[in-house]
Design a protein around this ligand. Structure first.
Ligand code: SF4
Length: 219
């Protein structure tokens, strides 16, 4: 019993030390705007996420900052692979909340199909997003992305959404070995949200050698 107690205590201490190390590395990375030991931080953010968030809150730090950092880190780590994927093998998933409340788009098995009525910015940007054979979907529901990945087998995806959606989307993509980049909307909400379209266009057009510079991809 005593041995078991020591083993549990040791495991807890190891986990706590690991979480503290990840916390310090994450904090330094955020403050200095650079990623230190990304290959160490990324699994850390996954394995001890709950503990890390508790420590983060205990230090009265903004939860959003940690989520935003996790997104930027994943984007940074996927950047090289993403650049190498041909344009026509990329798929872009837009959230339906970017549409106008008066959107006349039809709901089909391939998602909402924009009629380019120009009541929202999707209509203005969609032709550029679709350039070079990229596939663009307006997502009507949560299981849609996985279904389209299965149907179209893109080699890389770009997901747009609020902080939490993008974080969960990147985790989902990681889980199925899909190269993914996340772009966060500039206004949260369920209807008529907004985003920086230039930022999205910059991401979807990335080619080998392009740096991930002006795009923080999460704010
Ligand atoms: S431009 Fe497209 S997505 Fe926007 S409101 Fe019109 S049909 Fe809907």
């Amino acid at each position: 019993m005593l041995v078991l107690g020591y083993a549990v205590l040791t495991a807890v201490l190891v986990l706590l030390t690991y979480a503290m190390a990840i916390l310090v590395l994450t904090l330094i990375s955020i403050r200095r705007g650079r990623f230190y030991f990304p290959r160490l931080i990324k699994p850390g953010l996954i394995i001890v996420e709950g503990l890390l968030r508790s420590l983060w809150r205990a230090l009265r730090l903004d939860d959003k900052e940690l989520t935003s950092f996790a997104i930027r880190l994943r984007n940074q780590m996927n950047h090289g692979k993403f650049c190498n994927v041909p344009m026509e093998r990329r798929a872009i998933f837009l959230p339906q909340c970017l549409r106008s409340a008066k959107c006349p788009a039809d709901l089909t098995t391939e998602g909402l199909v924009c009629r380019r009525c120009m009541r929202c910015d999707i209509g203005k940007a969609i032709d550029q997003l679709e350039e070079d054979g990229r596939k663009v979907f307006i997502v009507p529901g949560s299981t849609f992305i996985k279904r389209m990945i299965k149907a179209y087998r893109p080699q890389a995806i770009v997901g747009v959404g609020c902080l939490l959606e993008v974080k969960e989307g990147l985790e989902m993509a990681d889980g199925i070995d899909m190269v993914a980049m996340g772009v966060v909307t500039s206004k949260d909400g369920c209807v008529e949200t907004t985003m920086e379209w230039e930022k999205l266009l910059e991401v979807v057009r990335l080619v080998p050698g392009d740096p991930l510079t002006t795009v923080s991809l999460a704010s």
